[in-house]
Design a protein. Structure first.
Length: 307
């Protein structure tokens, strides 16, 4: 390591990465918590804090030598508008596959098997026996069949359900978004895991929801604005559909938001990626990207064009 080696800013102690790729310098800097050091004019590779999001904007303009931003998030909708021209943005594809897929399946099973009701019964010391729906024999749509969608399917398969794969473009075994009107009437569960783009914003609207059969479950582990909240609230209040939501239009969800008191909804506070599965996968990806950067090799997960 020399003073002329490219500088990398990490939001954690560089030692946490284990074996650091040679030919680079490392500093622990979190732009939100720390005053920017004098090395801001030298940093070329930035790994932002996982929860920094759009707050990164004011800092990026001060990093005149920056070449690469490697996020720890799969979605980059809040970071992308702030990326200076000429800077390469890479997302955290793969980091949250296991964690988010686990939560998606957990939410699905919890609603189908009535776990929220049983929890409330336990608090009241009430014994309410009865039949509940099983995941077995259900038809489950994975809306957004990327790496997380594939991880969701891998965890659904042992439950003896049928998986319907849907993505932006059709390919072998995967339907296109344009086919949704013909598919929605025959699914019991929709697990939403699309990125937030102009195309997907408001995708799950009144028409989408209206095509689902009575009693269907919508699970959102993507981004809040993918769902038209007012349209969903109308279905929940009518008790026609069920929902399990990890993401919302506004986060944290305001205490007076009508979703808190709506029937048929289970909510978690955007914890899809925050589990013990995150850090090992994040560090592995960051190490690999730094090794490519040091060697002058092409980076992976580069976000270009529509995604």
């Amino acid at each position: 390591m020399t003073g002329t080696d490219p500088l990398v800013w990490l939001p954690f102690d560089p030692a946490e990465l284990g074996d650091l790729p040679a030919g680079l310098r490392y500093e622990q800097v979190d732009p939100v918590r720390d005053e920017l050091p004098s090395s801001k004019d030298e940093v070329r590779f930035l790994v932002p804090n996982y929860q920094l999001g759009g707050r990164i904007g004011p800092f990026l303009a001060q990093l005149g030598s920056l070449e690469v931003i490697q996020t720890q998030t799969a979605g980059v909708d809040d970071v992308r508008p702030h990326v200076p021209e000429g800077v390469t943005l890479c997302n955290g594809r793969g980091i949250h596959d296991a964690s988010t897929a686990e939560l998606a399946v957990t939410l699905t099973l919890s609603v189908l098997r009535g776990i929220p009701g049983f929890t409330r019964d336990q608090d009241r010391a009430e014994w309410n026996h009865g039949w509940r729906r099983s995941l077995a024999d259900r038809r489950v749509m994975v809306l957004g069949y990327g790496s997380i969608g594939a991880a969701v399917e891998a965890r659904l398969t042992p439950f003896e359900c049928e998986v319907v794969r849907v993505a932006r473009s059709a390919r072998e075994g995967v339907h296109a978004f344009t086919e949704l009107p013909d598919l929605l009437g025959d699914v019991d569960v929709v697990i939403v895991i699309v990125p937030l783009t102009d195309e997907t914003r408001g995708m799950v609207d009144a028409d989408f929801l209206g095509r689902l059969p009575d009693g269907a479950l919508v699970v959102n582990v993507a981004r809040g604005p993918v769902i038209d909240t007012e349209a969903l609230l109308a279905e929940l209040r009518a008790e026609r559909l069920h929902a399990a939501l990890d993401v919302f239009d506004t986060e944290p969800l305001p205490s007076d938001h009508p979703l808190w008191t709506a029937p048929n909804v289970l909510m978690t506070p955007h914890v899809g990626g925050t589990s013990s599965a995150m850090h090992p996968r994040a560090y592995a990806l960051i190490r690999a990207q730094l090794a490519r950067f040091a060697a002058g090799e092409p980076l992976e997960n580069v976000m270009t064009g529509a995604y």
